[in-house]
Design a protein around this ligand. Structure first.
Ligand code: ATP
Length: 137
């Protein structure tokens, strides 16, 4: 099987590097599947899972938005934050989910100072991390 070199990088440093047969990622325009030799492109990513398939093994990385850059021999995912499934602290994500839900519940109760869009994004990041850690994909 042909492979393509895949790197996931964040402001904190590299998170993932491997030769992969199929990369799936959640672009803002929908789910993308990238095979080796794909035409060059750049796509903005949504909060979601990146699936990295080689042989019978599929690894998952939780990505909190960013960009996917495809070149014939290399796929780079540049993310605000990214974690491999095994590095996710589920208790931390559950706590972040609870905090975000509490903020969102106060919507319409006169708490104009709360940034609901920010809470919605925090909730999406937390749910994504929980799903990736539990391999719910
Ligand atoms: P929290 O409120 O728990 O900080 P957050 O969604 O606001 O969550 P981010 O700002 O997206 O966190 O990430 C900050 C840093 O912490 C990043 O390096 C990210 O990879 C890491 N991180 C966040 N949540 C987790 C988690 N549940 N497990 C492991 N690493 C995490």
């Amino acid at each position: 099987m042909k492979t393509v070199q895949v790197s996931v990088v964040t402001p904190d440093g590299p998170v993932y590097d491997a030769d992969i047969e199929l990369v799936s990622a959640k672009a803002q325009s929908g789910e993308l599947g990238i095979l080796p030799g794909h035409i060059p492109m750049v796509a903005p990513l949504a909060i979601g899972a990146v699936r990295l398939k080689k042989g019978n093994n599929t690894e998952l990385v939780a990505v909190s938005g960013g960009f996917l850059e495809v070149r014939p021999d290399k796929v780079t995912i540049l993310a605000q934050a990214a974690e491999r499934a095994e590095d996710i602290d589920v208790a931390r994500a559950e706590a972040a989910k609870k905090r975000a839900e509490e903020r969102l519940q106060r919507k319409g109760q006169g708490q104009e100072d709360i940034d609901f869009k920010r809470a919605e994004l925090a909730l999406q990041r937390a749910i994504n991390r929980i799903n990736v850690a539990k391999k719910n994909f």
